[in-house]
Each structure stands twice: as structure tokens, then as C-alpha cells.
Design a protein around this ligand. Structure first.
Ligand code: SF4
Length: 306
């Protein structure tokens, strides 16, 4: 067996910032410490913080008055911020700056009376937060059929924005469809899909054709991890999303395969290395890094300014 390790893979700048902020908050403020939703969508990361006493909540009702609450990398709706202020809750905002940028764009276009078409996945934490910035001005489209069903006047001012972790190819074809239906629609250059999502998908597109099977390390609720697995499948290479080495089934392999391993933006590198070690042990696998581009972004911790 030969393993290609896709590079870039795993933690992006936003996830790194959010995790380091929560680490720093535990040291600086101690417990109790609450986080609104999962800090990032990864089982290992969340379980590690739970074991250290951090409490994850899905409702502001579950956060006691006067306590300390962190907003996750996916961002929150403005009503959550207001509710926190009303309960005298101290907040730390670990929203990824690239998500916060989409929130600002929503507010800017809503003030200018645009109808905003948001391409995204219904129910995703990021989409809920983004839509609630201007719920009366936003229409969510998830599938191409939603674009055909849009009932809008050609005279309306229209703009398209997107969730940050979508499939690049599917999103571009949705944008093209929107452009055909509404020639005057404004499209942000390159959509709002973030650099990390683009780089990881690009690596799969380049490397998957050299592999017999692709393993994507990431949790089932991680949007960008699921998109990596789909990207590989779309070019005809079997792909399996795994949370970690314990999910690997030896029956998937004969032992002489080329295996491409990548990881979603919220998956820790030690989990990737555990998978590699397992395949080395069971199939005597050799390992090779394949770099397709470089991630060069990093974000300041919001906690530095507290
Ligand atoms: S995947 Fe992109 S938008 Fe999401 S946290 Fe990472 S850098 Fe930010």
C-alpha cells in the first residue's frame, strides 16, 4: 500500500484561531465556560474540551446569568448576541473572520435594499447566523431546483452570497444559473467560499485521480469534510468519510492500493497520523506528502484584546 497525504489538509486559520482562543480562555478565566454550539464541527475537538469541563450549549437559555460564553467559529445570529447582553453574559467571539465578512456583506446589501440570494445548506450553524442578520432580505437556495423556483422581479436589486464551506464546482454552476436567470445579479468575486475550502477541494481534484481509494478524516456534521468526499466521488474515485482510525475497515483494502488521505478543516492532525499508523501497521504502507498549494493565512486571537 502507498499513502499520499494531501497537503494542505486539516486545520484552517479560522479553526486554529477558535481552538486556541478556547484553550486560552480556559487558562485565563477558568471554568465554568460555555460555548454556543460546537466550537468547530469535529468530535475529537469537542470531546477533548468537554473532558476539560467546557459546556457546549445550543440555547442561550442554558447559559446562566452573568457567566462567560464563547461564540463558535461558525458565528451566531444577532439575536443571540442581544440575548447574551440581556443576561449579563460575558462573551468571547471566536467567529472566523471570513464568516464575519459574509455577515457584514449581508448587512451592507440589506441596507441598500438588495434581495440577497444565499447559497448554503439549510440548518447549518453558519447559515442560521448569516440569514438572521437580515432575515427579510435573504432567500436561501440549496439546490439548482431552488434557483428555477425563485419568483423575483427582473427590476429587483439582487446579489448572491454563499456559505464559506460549499462545493466550489456546484456553487459556480449555481451562480452561472442565477446569472442566466437574473443577468443583473451582483456576484462577489470568487463567491464567499473560503481559501481553506478551495485549497482542500483543489488538492482532492488534483490527487484523487492517482488513488484507488480516498479517506477523508472529518466528522459527519463537518460541511467542508463532506464536500471533500463528494469531490472525490464526483471524479469517480471511491471516498469514505471517517472520524478516525477506529472507523477504518481492513476489508476496504487488498493491501496494494494507492490511498489518498486528506482531512477537513476541523480535523486534528493527530487523528490523520493515527490513520496513517494503522495502515502502516496493517498493510506495511509507505507514505508520501503531496503538496498542491500553500495555506498562508492566520488570524489573531480575539482573546488578546480582552
Ligand atoms: S473553513 Fe474557512 S470559513 Fe470556516 S473556519 Fe476555516 S477559514 Fe474560516
Amino acid at each position: 500500500m502507498h499513502i499520499f497525504l494531501a497537503n494542505p489538509r486539516g486545520f484552517c486559520a479560522g479553526v486554529n484561531m477558535a481552538i486556541r482562543t478556547l484553550d486560552a480562555a480556559i487558562v485565563r478565566f477558568g471554568l465554568p465556560l460555555y460555548v454556543y454550539h460546537e466550537i468547530v464541527h469535529n468530535t475529537w475537538v469537542v470531546n477533548d474540551f468537554k473532558s476539560r469541563g467546557v459546556k457546549f450549549v445550543d440555547s442561550i437559555e442554558d447559559v446562566p446569568e452573568g457567566s462567560r460564553l464563547m461564540f463558535s467559529a461558525h458565528g451566531v445570529a444577532p439575536n443571540i448576541r442581544t440575548a447574551a447582553i440581556q443576561k449579563n453574559i460575558e462573551t468571547i467571539d471566536a467567529t472566523c473572520p471570513l464568516v464575519a465578512k459574509v455577515h457584514r456583506e449581508v448587512l451592507r446589501y440589506a441596507v441598500e435594499n438588495y434581495t440577497i440570494i444565499l447559497i448554503g445548506h439549510s440548518g447549518h450553524d453558519e447559515v442560521i447566523g448569516t440569514m438572521n442578520e437580515a432575515p427579510k432580505s435573504i432567500i436561501l437556495v440549496e439546490h439548482e431546483s431552488d434557483v428555477y423556483n425563485l419568483k423575483l422581479k427582473s427590476s429587483e436589486k439582487l446579489v448572491v452570497l454563499t456559505q464559506t464551506t460549499l462545493s466550489v464546482t456546484e456553487t459556480y454552476s449555481m451562480i452561472e444559473l442565477l446569472r442566466k436567470r437574473f443577468p443583473n445579479i451582483i456576484c462577489e468575486p470568487n463567491s464567499n467560499i473560503c481559501y481553506a475550502t478551495q485549497h482542500r477541494q483543489e488538492a482532492i481534484a488534483i490527487l484523487a485521480p492517482f488513488a484507488d481509494i480516498v479517506l477523508i478524516v472529518g466528522s459527519k456534521n463537518s460541511s467542508n469534510s463532506k464536500r471533500l468526499a463528494e469531490r472525490s466521488e464526483s471524479i469517480g474515485v471511491r471516498s469514505i468519510l471517517i472520524d478516525g482510525a477506529e472507523n477504518i475497515n481492513s476489508d476496504w483494502f487488498k493491501g496494494d492500493e494507492k490511498v489518498l488521505i486528506s482531512a477537513g478543516a476541523s480535523a486534528p492532525e493527530y487523528v490523520v497520523q493515527d490513520c496513517v499508523k494503522l495502515l502502516q501497521k496493517n498493510f506495511n504502507a509507505t507514505v508520501e506528502e503531496r503538496q498542491t498549494c500553500t495555506d498562508s493565512l492566520s488570524f489573531r486571537l480575539p482573546i488578546d484584546s480582552l
